[in-house]
Design a protein around this ligand. Structure first.
Ligand SMILES: C[S@@+](CC[C@H](N)C(=O)[O-])C[C@H]1O[C@@H](n2cnc3c(N)ncnc32)[C@H](O)[C@@H]1O
Length: 261
């Protein structure tokens, strides 16, 4: 197998980040938001509509968005009636105007206990939208989130389909899909749409790793979806359908706490 990155572990983890995986975001955050705002971004066309749909009616509900980016998604939820909302992101690259009823805090989702605004708080909805991959110890981060869920609350968590990275690495390394999908090596890549000079490093993971992560954190999967473009969007943005045909897209999980054992 022709890996360019050294394996950092020999056993499978639940998808934790490697080293300072979050550091690139201090430079990348602005470019990410510019890319996300484009008319043909997959976040705009597929991911956010699907995430929003699964969040359902948020009127009167409190939301904690961990790895919230610039906070624009949370602001939309507040506009839709959510209240007492908090967004936490390591970048501190936040929208300049926030509606009443939400607070944006520069903080680390690996150290939620160190965020004073979260002390003793409960939330109806907690979101990890493309952010759990940056947790140093994702089990303990999810356990901390679970402890902050109000009665009948749930966690909405999304992650890139691991097949996507396996396809990319197989092409780059001249290996096979299976070799890369089941690799336990960390890998470094550049996201062309965001900033092709800022490297991101991730630990490889499989779908089973994600399921085992949720189980280890005391969560069960109420629903899982793999959102795709609408018929109309397929016609208007065939280049984006080509991306999904090759890389599949993201996985979205609605997670509920298991009863205490
Ligand atoms: C792919 S972006 C997703 C942003 C947003 N959730 C969305 O769906 O558009 C990943 C986000 O995670 C944030 N992030 C990375 N490491 C983090 C950490 N340790 N603590 C909090 N946020 C982090 C980044 O700054 C970035 O905003």
């Amino acid at each position: 197998m022709a890996h360019t990155d050294e394996p950092s572990e020999t056993t499978r983890s639940a998808g934790q980040s490697t080293g300072d995986a979050s550091l690139p975001w201090l430079a990348l955050a602005e470019d990410y938001e510019l890319a996300r705002a484009r008319e043909d971004s997959l976040d705009r066309l597929v991911e956010w509509p699907a995430q929003r749909d699964l969040l359902g009616d948020v009127a009167g509900r409190s939301v904690l968005d961990l790895g919230c980016g610039n906070g624009a998604k949370l602001a939309e939820l507040v506009e839709a009636g959510a209240r007492d909302c908090v967004g936490v992101d390591i970048s501190g690259n936040f929208v300049s105007v926030t509606p009443p009823g939400m607070e944006l805090i520069q903080g680390d989702l690996s150290e939620l206990d160190a965020v004073p605004a979260l002390t003793g708080r409960k939330f109806d909805r907690i979101t990890f939208l493309q952010s759990i991959g940056y947790a140093k110890d994702p089990v303990s981060t999810l356990q901390a989130a679970r402890a902050m869920l109000a009665d009948d609350g749930f966690i909405l968590l999304t992650r890139t389909h691991p097949i996507r990275y396996a396809v990319e690495r197989a092409e780059k390394n001249g290996t096979s899909l299976g070799e890369e999908y089941y690799s336990t090596a960390s890998y470094t890549y550049f996201h062309d749409n965001w900033n092709d000079r800022i490297a991101l490093t991730k630990q490889a993971y499989t779908v089973s790793d994600l399921i085992n992560l949720f189980s280890a954190a005391g969560l069960w999967i109420e629903q899982a979806i793999e959102p795709q473009l609408s018929e109309d969007a397929r016609r208007r943005y065939p280049h984006k359908q080509a991306v999904l045909n090759k890389y599949l897209g993201i996985l979205i999980f609605k997670l509920r706490p298991l009863p205490a054992r």
